[in-house]
Write a protein that binds this ligand. Sequence first.
Ligand code: PGA
Length: 252
Amino acid sequence: MNRRPFIAGNWKMYKTGPEAVQTATQLAGLCSNIKNTEVMIAPTNLSLPLVAQALKNTDVKVGAQNLYFEKQGAFTGEVSADMIKAAGAEYTLIGHSERRQYFGETDESVCQKIKASLGAGLKPVFCIGETKEQREQGNTYFVLDKQVSDGLKGLGLGELSDLVLAYEPVWAIGTGLTAGIEQVEKVHKHLRSLLEKLFSSDLADRTRILYGGSVKPENVKDLMGIEDVDGALVGGASLDAEKFINIIKYNE
Ligand code: PGA
């Protein structure tokens, strides 16, 4: 199966609107001759419509970092999937470990958010990952299996064709520590077989599984060389267009 490589940048709570537009425009210029790899950036929700406008007719796609699962209503401070879609996003991250860690997201709310994104026509990049303690206690697969099966609970095979999975070991995010090649290899293989067990071999075969956690120009090539790694979710190193393009062009 030929899965299109996908390199996504998570800009977290960095950059004002004008700063985000500037970096996005610079990046789009650098990406103009990229053919095979799909590129996406996820700015803050406040910058999202500005960035989406600036990236219209370019090869760089836009995603949100989060959304709220209700359609509309008295939910002060929240933004719905329809609103994000209307602002020009094609993707949305869901269940990033920082959301789980600092904002109380659970597998149940993650599941509701995945459903809301699919319902609005947004493609979810569903983030999962174990903490350092969970890995040390030998619970990595138990944790990942629960995150995946609870996060996708109630979803049918036909609804998941746009799903992207992102494995981000929590201990590797923003720490400079990258999971070893063998660790990543094992987990990605495991996740693909889990998708097969839960859904079908066809879906498992088609679903792109990204790796995230301190991806940088120096390690991206080795990571992308792993059979079941179909892309990267990049935080810190995606904030600078010159640096990020070196990740996107990992093959050159
Ligand atoms: P990092 O972040 O690349 O800075 O480790 C990755 C992420 O949080 O998605």
